[in-house]
Design a protein around this ligand. Structure first.
Ligand code: PLP
Ligand code: COI
Length: 339
């Protein structure tokens, strides 16, 4: 076994032993097949290359104190991928095949699941692409689903520390009735320029406003947004954001902690009233926000004067991590044990 420095992993790709694939041909998905190749053999006219028929997912597996491997909310990712398939007219993958491939990929690569307490996790990346040739703009009739895994550290190198995020009003990520609610590659391509600009200016991420009116908070490049005030967890409702599974989990945990939860439009001016704010997602977990700069308007909203994460964000973060690692009971059936 290579010597992996579990405590110092970044969020990047590392080769593991194998990946798991299922092919859609003649109207049917094949049984999962294990492959040791990191390559795929693809037709040059495949629809994923030309017309963006591509969806991906992101979920994580953790090792508990008991040494058991736990996958977090896998079914939710399977259902969201089905929604993405419907959104861009790809063959819908049955939940059972999604789950079988994910479990098999984790099992076969169990030596890459970071140990308990390392702070790292196994990132699971399911991918579904249109593989058959089309030259006209039409959906493919053949698809490939594959799952690879890679051990990762924090998405933002700071980990659970506050960072600044920026609003850049000259860019949109997704249109109000476009593909923002689907996890498809095109949304991420659309976010690259703004993301790059943000990083150059020292921001960890872009905070997007609604594309139509630029009045309401949408989400961050790779994560949903939430704010905390008056014992209330507030997160945007919007037709152009991804329905984050982490956010859904945090809303439940906030309720369990006796907080009110509001999912509604969040006017940009309301940022001034939040006691805490954060980004949340599988990769981001909770990444507390130090301040939001509305760059074009020359305005700042500060949530943390001392750079520390807020009390509520910290509590939510610890609670989520504890459930994911099995330190706290899994009362909602969020965790799948890999035997
Ligand atoms: N929003 C976007 C645009 C994302 O890419 C992600 C990451 O998956 C999220 C939100 C968070 O979603 P989840 O918590 O399901 O990972
Ligand atoms: C995730 O959190 O799983 C994501 O997909 C976000 C980013 C890496 C694209």
């Amino acid at each position: 076994m290579e010597n992996i420095d579990w405590g110092n992993l970044s969020f990047g790709y590392m080769k593991t032993d194998c990946n798991v694939r299922s092919y859609f041909r003649d109207g049917q998905w094949s049984e999962p097949q294990v492959s040791t190749s990191e390559m795929i053999d693809l037709h040059m006219a495949a629809t994923c290359l030309h017309y963006g028929q591509e969806s991906f997912e992101g979920l994580k597996a953790f090792t508990g104190k008991d040494g058991k491997i736990r996958i977090f909310r896998m079914r939710e990712n399977a259902l969201r991928m089905q929604s993405s398939c419907r959104g861009i007219m790809m063959a819908e993958l049955p939940v059972e095949i999604f789950e079988k491939c994910v479990v098999e990929a984790v099992k076969q690569n169990s030596r890459f699941v970071p140990p308990y307490g390392s702070g790292a996790s196994l990132y699971i990346r399911p991918l579904l692409i249109g593989t058959s040739a089309q030259v006209g703009v039409k959906p493919a009739n053949e698809y490939l689903f594959l799952v690879f895994v890679t051990p990762v550290g924090p998405y933002f190198k700071e980990g659970f520390k506050t960072t600044p995020v920026g609003i850049f009003r000259e860019y949109d990520r997704a249109a109000p009735l476009g593909t923002g609610t689907y996890k498809v590659g095109g949304n991420y391509a659309a976010s690259l320029i703004a993301g790059n600009k943000a990083h150059e200016k020292g921001y960890s991420a872009v905070l997007y406003l609604d594309a139509k009116e630029k009045k309401y908070v949408d989400e961050c490049g790779p994560a949903n947004f939430f704010g905390i005030k008056n014992n209330t967890y507030i997160t945007p409702a919007s037709t152009s954001i991804l329905q984050s599974i982490t956010n859904k989990s945090l809303m439940q945990l906030a309720k369990d902690m006796g907080m009110k939860v509001e999912q509604r439009q969040v006017p940009i001016e309301e940022l001034a009233t939040f006691e805490e704010a954060g980004m949340c997602g599988t990769a981001a977990v909770i990444s507390p926000i130090q301040r939001v700069d509305d760059v074009n308007e020359n305005k700042s909203y500060v949530f943390s004067k001392d750079g520390k994460a807020g009390e509520v964000s910290t509590k939510l973060y610890n609670k989520l991590k504890a459930i994911q690692c099995g330190d706290e009971p899994d009362v909602y059936g969020w965790v799948t044990l890999v035997e």
